[in-house]
Design a protein around this ligand. Structure first.
Ligand code: ACM
Length: 556
């Protein structure tokens, strides 16, 4: 499966790392291979061996996490570990303790101390305990990720002292379910994988030209009509989509509000916040097909069957603003997170320019042009969300015509939009095509890869990403909340293909957003990834074996 030259590189890296840590791991020959790399890992001598009588000791705030840890460990080991609140037992134990003295760590930080008879995870908040548990899982043999009993594996962890906390608060992965619907069970798997990599934000791109994927009770046609397209373009879309082949197969699906509640709860249990995205005023053709009065000229339209940027755009009537605010009201009722994403990208203005009613609206509002109308539109959403205690985030085009006061910006067209927004005092999330578009090819030659949208983004480029641009003045750096990887699904029709594009690049991104910049080391990462790949394989993740083409630096 792994091309021979890649195997050689990875094996060489693994040996180098092993030599680097071997003296202090005399009694455990497995290299420590945690992704993302913690802030500090100090290997000790000795091991802890998990046995059927190991007790998980919790306090009140960690009892649920203790049960979760027991559930993580049970399938492969066959041990049903006792979870006990309160005082220590004398046998081997794993202690999960909230420790307010650790406030010096970020809220999601933790310490993990593995000694011969005792493992202790401490954190100032439950989220840190959860991340300590993720690290603990990665200290065990990869077989711990099996969902059935594995015989003959000693369940040992190397003795180690770890201190850890994330670099950024927004550690995200995005998934477009508009172009291709992805089933609920896959969303849960994706969330599990995010959690394993200490990613804490799932940007769920729920509406598109090609499909509206979330039930809105007040407007049932959004899913009755908008969740379905009659067919899909086949292969790469060229310049003449009207001459292309279409598959003739109806495609669609949506999440009921109960599905959404289930997924939100699943995410919350994994310390993941979901940021739902409802696209406006562009990329809204499925909504316009459902309710033609939302469009500029009210004429019937169809849910899109091909890709690209369409002329169709929402009008700016009061009724349309109210409609979209009604949608956001239901969305806010489902998603408890602070941020609501309103899209804002690639809104083609031609129909606004050509339509007398829209021009009259621009004049009546005293606005300069169509960019100003877009800005006005977004401000209606910003004020509405802010009045409900939420914050708007949108793609960097929301800067055009002036940014709404409370808006945060997701910078995708490079980092310049993010820099401009940060300088104006707005929070930003870095998501540039150059380093975070995981729908781009990850290996060459492209012809040997499954069809993708284009571009080229190998794992080492992801790994080299610096979310705080060098030319952003230090006083604005705190406005960079973090970064995230994008999975746009025009050419990604199935969960397996989504996994292929996401992994292992998401592993590299996890390290970008978690690990201190000074500790990042590509060769060391690739060596750890070699071990991590076994975990991913056991978890049935269809990752692409990394193909590293640029020279790999010698580990420190
Ligand atoms: C985007 O890729 N249009 C945000």
């Amino acid at each position: 499966m792994v091309p021979e030259r890649d195997r050689t590189i990875l094996a060489a890296c693994a040996i180098m790392t092993f030599i680097a840590v071997a003296p202090s791991l005399a009694r455990d020959t497995r290299p420590i291979a945690i992704i993302p790399q913690p802030v500090s890992v100090i290997a000790q001598s000795g091991t802890f061996t998990l046995t059927a009588d190991t007790v998980i000791q919790t306090d009140r705030a960690t009892a649920d996490l203790g049960r979760r840890l027991a559930r993580y460990l049970e399938p492969a080991t066959g041990f049903t570990l006792r979870v006990q609140a309160g005082p220590a037992s004398s046998g081997r134990r794993i202690t999960l303790a909230i420790d307010p003295r650790l406030r010096r760590l970020a809220p999601e930080g933790y310490t993990l101390d593995v000694a011969a008879r005792r493992i202790v995870v401490r954190a100032p908040e439950p989220a840190g305990i959860f991340y300590g548990i993720q690290t603990l899982r990665q200290l065990l043999p990869p077989e711990i990720f099996r969902e059935a009993r594995v015989a003959g594996v000693p369940w040992t962890l190397p003795a180690v002292k770890i201190e850890d906390m994330p670099r950024f608060a927004w550690r995200g992965m995005h998934l477009d379910v508009g172009r291709h619907f992805m089933p609920k069970e896959f969303i849960k798997k994706y969330l599990d994988l995010l959690a394993l990599h200490k990613l804490n934000t799932f940007h769920w791109h729920l509406t598109e030209d090609q499909g509206w994927r979330i039930e809105i009770r007040k407007y049932p046609k959004l899913t009755e009509v908008g969740a379905w397209r009659k067919q899909t373009i086949v292969g790469r879309q060229g310049d003449k989509p009207e001459a292309a082949t279409y598959d003739g197969i109806r495609h669609g699906g949506y999440y009921t509000q109960d599905d959404v509640r289930e997924i939100v709860a699943y995410a919350r249990d994994r310390f993941i916040t979901i940021v739902p995205e409802i696209e406006m005023p562009g990329h809204a053709l499925a909504a316009i097909a459902s309710y033609p009065a939302l469009g500029v000229d009210g004429t019937p339209a169809e849910v899109a069957t091909r890709w690209g940027v369409f002329d169709n755009i929402l009008n700016a009537d009061d009724s349309t603003i109210a409609f979209m605010q009604d949608v956001l009201t239901e969305v806010m009722g489902l998603f408890p997170g602070r941020f609501i994403h309103i899209g804002g990208d690639e809104a083609a203005k031609a129909r606004w320019k050509a339509n007398p009613r829209v021009q009259a609206r621009i004049a009546a509002l005293g606005l300069k042009d169509e960019d100003a109308l877009q800005s006005w539109f977004i401000r209606q959403m910003d004020g509405f969300l802010a009045s409900k205690g939420r914050r708007l985030i949108g793609w960097d085009e929301i800067l055009q015509g002036g940014l709404a006061p409370g808006a945060a910006v997701m910078s995708w067209q490079g980092v310049t939009g993010g820099i401009a927004a940060a300088r104006q005092g707005h929070d930003v999330v870095m998501a540039p095509t150059s380093h975070t578009y995981f729908d781009y090819y990850q290996a060459r030659p492209a012809a040997a890869e499954p069809l993708a949208i284009g571009g080229y983004l190998p794992i080492e480029t992801v790994y080299a990403f610096e979310p705080v641009p060098a030319d952003l003045e230090p006083q604005y750096a705190a406005h960079v909340l973090g970064a995230q990887g994008q999975i746009w699904t025009e050419y990604i029709g199935t969960p397996k293909q989504a996994e292929y594009m996401a992994f292992p690049r998401a592993c590299a991104l996890a390290e970008v957003v978690w690990t201190p910049a000074a500790s990042r080391n590509l060769a060391d990462f690739l060596a750890r990834l070699d071990v991590h790949a076994r975990r991913l394989a056991i978890l049935d993740v269809n990752f692409r074996p990394p193909q590293v083409t640029s020279p790999v630096a010698t580990p420190r």
